[in-house]
Design a protein around this ligand. Structure first.
Ligand SMILES: Cc1cc2nc3c(=O)[nH]c(=O)nc-3n(C[C@H](O)[C@H](O)[C@H](O)COP(=O)(O)OP(=O)(O)OC[C@H]3O[C@@H](n4cnc5c(N)ncnc54)[C@H](O)[C@@H]3O)c2cc1C
Length: 473
């Protein structure tokens, strides 16, 4: 492992270089005359629901001098992913779903970069900064919460031509891309080519793909008003899934009501079907049909961050194996949670918890307890999850929800979905801004503009999600 050892000692602590647990730690340039004992360092990897939540709990429950809290993440925010389809549909501004970690985590030091490797014996992590340079950081407790990336399959053309929806850049790019298609369709005299530009394919009818197809249909049908030669009838959104129903992870009643809402919105849902190969101007389907399109959005599953396989620790379906108190077996001081870890859920016979924000948020409280307990504060508890239900927001007054097992659809479900998001969004500033976006969407037309933040050559799933920066084992 190469790179400098960096110092993160904050406040007034200082002293000569020392050895703790067999590793060297560096000290700040300005050193007080008397060496002082330092607090153990807790390094959290990832600022998603899991990592952010762990730090929030540790900040609240650990005495100020009990630990030196450090967050390593490539971004300076928690991304509220549930609203990404609304970012693509232009209903919510991108910045408003990004909760600033510096403002929310006042006792934590933020280091921007990807952790690309970890030395368990030497208790270090290797961090790759945005400019490609590397540095090494020591830890006393390591909490791994790097989440997941889009799972791409070995389908010809998929890696080059399909778009993902896992981060903010991808959500904004998708919106730009769709508007670009409308722009080009409007300028096109040939009816077939115009139809291809106005045809959009979403693969994967889980909650992400279903919400996206429904919300984008609504958005594009309205957006055509800005293009004189297009009409709402030109727009076609196709939603594919190999499963026999939409929303396979949710109760059948929710799926059935979602199907009705999708039909009312004229989304062409094709079940038992996926793509078999993808090109720049068409998608071939597994049922033999070929669709002329310039847009395939791949929402057909996720896989843990490549960091997990780079560590060489035991995994289950790619997720890091942990016990019910979030500890990685045989890796002293290492904890993991969220989408990247197979946390056994004691309410489901120890089956791995689902890869949802709801789980990640609850796991964060438990993992923080476990970390605190390992530092001598309080005690750990096995993870238990009580499902509160799900909300699926299809845009406007169309939504389905099952709070505490009661199935709702239409306006009551839409009101519940939005109320839930406002409650669940950490950070008052973001809550106010998202609520304002929703209000503005009712009283003012959406702005049909392309932002152009991500160049097309960086838009493939692998490039946008930086999956190639990790060492392979
Ligand atoms: C479009 C979309 C919609 C969704 N909607 C819902 C929903 O409505 N309800 C629901 O319950 N769930 C939903 N989910 C799932 C939910 O977002 C995840 O289950 C949840 O985010 C998992 O939390 P996490 O902290 O494990 O991972 P994430 O939230 O993905 O966070 C991972 C963090 O780690 C960082 N990171 C990645 N690699 C590294 C590295 N090498 N080093 C350091 N940091 C790293 C990332 O930048 C990020 O900050 C949705 C997901 C998507 C993509």
């Amino acid at each position: 492992m190469n790179g400098e050892l960096i110092s993160l000692w904050r406040g007034r602590s200082g002293g000569p270089p020392s050895r703790r647990g067999g590793r060297t730690v560096a000290w700040p340039a300005r050193q007080p005359a008397e060496p002082t004992a330092r607090a153990p360092r807790v390094v959290v990897v990832g600022s998603g629901f899991a990592g952010f939540g762990v730090l929030r709990h540790l900040e609240h429950h650990l005495p100020a001098d009990a630990a030196d809290l450090v967050l390593v993440s490539p971004v300076d925010h928690l991304l509220y992913t549930s609203l990404l389809p609304q970012v693509s549909a232009g209903e919510v501004e991108p910045r408003h779903v990004a909760v600033a970690t510096r403002a929310a985590l006042r006792r934590t030091t933020l280091l921007l970069g990807h952790v690309v490797d970890a030395g368990l014996a030497g208790r270090t992590v290797t961090i790759r900064r945005a400019d490609g340079s590397r540095t090494t950081l020591g830890w006393d407790r390591l909490v791994l919460a790097p989440g997941a990336v889009t799972r791409t399959l070995d389908i010809p053309g998929l890696a080059d031509h399909a778009l993902g929806l896992k981060n903010l850049a991808e959500a904004v790019y998708l919106r730009d891309h769709v508007l670009r298609q409308l722009e080009q369709a409007d300028a096109c005299a040939d009816a077939d080519r115009r139809r291809a530009r106005c045809t959009f394919v979403v693969v994967g009818a889980g909650y992400t793909g279903t919400e996206l197809a429904a919300q984008m249909t609504r958005f594009t049908r309205r957006a055509v008003g800005a293009y004189p030669r297009l009409s709402p009838d030109d727009i076609r959104w196709i939603l594919l899934d190999l499963a026999p129903r939409v929303l396979p992870e949710l109760p059948p009643a929710l799926a059935a009501r979602s199907m009705d809402l999708l039909a009312a919105r004229q989304v062409d849902v094709r079940l038992g079907t996926s793509v078999s190969d993808v090109a720049a101007d068409r998608a071939r389907l597994t049922d033999g049909d070929t669709i002329r399109t310039h847009t395939v959005v791949w929402c057909a599953g996720i896989t843990p961050s490549p960091l997990i396989s780079a560590l060489g620790l035991p995994t289950s379906r790619g997720r890091l194996v942990v016990d019910s108190e979030f500890q990685v077996p045989d890796a002293d001081g290492v904890f993991a949670l969220g989408d990247a870890a197979a946390v056994p859920d004691t309410t489901r016979d120890g089956q791995p918890a689902g890869q949802t924000a709801q789980h990640a948020v609850r796991e964060a409280a438990g993992a923080a307890r476990a970390v605190a307990a390992s530092l001598g504060h309080g005690s750990a508890r096995p993870y238990r999850h009580r499902d509160l239900g799900f909300v699926v927001d299809l845009g406007g007054a169309a939504a389905v929800a099952n709070p505490l097992g009661v199935t709702l659809s239409g306006l009551p479900a839409a009101a519940l979905a939005r109320g839930y998001h406002l409650y669940a969004l950490p950070g008052r500033t973001n809550t106010i801004r998202v609520a304002a976006d929703w209000l503005l969407d009712v009283i003012a037309p959406r702005q049909i503009v392309q932002l152009g933040f991500l160049p097309p050559e960086k838009s493939s799933i692998n490039a946008a999600e930086q999956t190639d920066i990790y060492p392979t084992r």
